[in-house]
Ligand binder design. Structure first.
Ligand SMILES: C[S@@+](CC[C@H](N)C(=O)[O-])C[C@H]1O[C@@H](n2cnc3c(N)ncnc32)[C@H](O)[C@@H]1O
Length: 333
């Protein structure tokens, strides 16, 4: 099998952020059988959780709050949008602790306090946003953001004169279909599942095609992932993409939209030659889940077989070539 770079959300996690004994927080289930998640400090002073099930942190250890801003808010140019529009729709896929939504609400109302925001969050379990509230983790954002999102975590629906929030609970492969049926479309989509190797079901060609249906023709989708398989799935859904800034590491994220914007300010940031070549390797073979209900193992195995049979360049070869190039005194290819 090709060795492709596998970036996880918690990549380069310094050991002092984990519990000294196991390196992982105590179990997710408390004695009553409920979900119990222990906050873990990240480098910008904000907290994240660690998922026992996926063996991954919910955010980058370089900074959970910073990740929301750098990987999701800036790439979708939400502030710009708020300065031009009085109504914004946001789709937050894998709502989790609600940090991306909190950052978006604060950014929009900082620019335009009378902007009406419609937010839809997709999340498998209410326990995650509820634990974020219980641990007072939303207090990093200005009022009324923590109050609105606390109410959303509890009631799964909030309506005020400036805000309509809906939290759709369940597998996002199912809940996304409710939005497609209603032809509901967002100005900004945050795609934030656990990493592709751990949670391939939310990075497949078929799921991303549904996500793309929920994006307005002028909208932008942002994700922290720069995986070639994810970028292939975005392309197959008709989206163009560019690279976004990395957080505390070199690898970038991805921003996508249906059209290349003409003006320099809103155009997609270009991808590097190294990233372009990555898309010609076996790492670019996407995950597939035709009926949107296969297990993680089946989806992983299907892709592994497709990679094995592929005549594309092995990703390890691409990696080696670029490593050699980077170590050369004259780096021009
Ligand atoms: C990386 S975390 C998201 C962090 C979140 N965006 C935030 O800002 O806090 C991934 C989230 O996906 C949720 N999740 C996992 N599998 C899912 C699925 N099939 N459908 C919907 N949500 C899922 C997890 O419960 C977790 O909250």
């Amino acid at each position: 099998m090709s060795q492709e770079p596998q970036f996880t959300k918690s990549e380069e996690a310094p050991s002092f952020h984990k519990s000294p004994s196991s390196g992982i927080s105590p179990g997710v289930y408390d004695r009553r059988g409920g979900v119990s998640l222990t906050p873990q400090l990240t480098q910008d002073g904000s907290y994240t959780f660690f998922s026992e099930e996926f063996q991954e942190a919910f955010h980058s250890y370089h900074g959970a709050k910073q990740e929301a801003e750098i990987k999701f808010i800036k790439p979708t140019q939400i502030r710009d949008l708020a300065s031009k529009s009085n109504s914004i729709r946001i789709l937050d896929i894998c709502y989790g602790l609600s940090y991306n939504s909190a950052a978006a609400l604060e950014a929009i109302w900082d620019v335009n306090y009378s902007c009406y925001i419609e937010l839809v969050g997709l999340e498998i379990t209410a326990a995650v946003p509820q634990q974020a509230v219980a641990n007072n983790l939303l207090s990093l954002w200005k009022p009324p953001v923590p109050q609105l999102l606390s109410e959303l975590a509890t009631n799964h629906q909030v309506t005020t004169s400036l805000f309509q929030g809906n939290l759709l609970l369940g597998d996002a492969r199912e809940t996304i279909q409710q939005l497609c049926q209603k032809e509901w479309q967002a100005d900004a989509i945050f795609l934030d599942p656990f990493s592709p190797p751990k949670c391939p079901q939310l990075w497949t060609v078929e799921f991303i095609a549904k996500v793309a249906q929920c994006l307005k023709p002028t909208g932008k989708l942002a994700t922290y992932s720069c995986a070639a398989a994810v970028r292939t799935a975005l392309s197959l859904a008709g989206l163009k993409f560019g690279s976004t800034r990395g957080l505390g590491r070199k690898s970038p994220g991805t921003v996508a939209s249906f059209k290349e914007h003409q003006d320099q300010h809103s155009s997609l940031p270009p991808i590097s030659l190294q990233e372009q070549e990555h898309l010609q390797t076996r790492a670019a073979i996407p995950y597939r889940d035709i009926h949107l209900r296969d297990s993680t193992e089946i989806i992983q195995e299907r892709r592994r077989k497709e990679q094995e049979a592929s005549e594309l360049e092995p990703t390890s070869q691409w990696k080696k070539r670029w490593l050699l190039l980077k170590n050369k005194p004259n780096k021009t290819p």
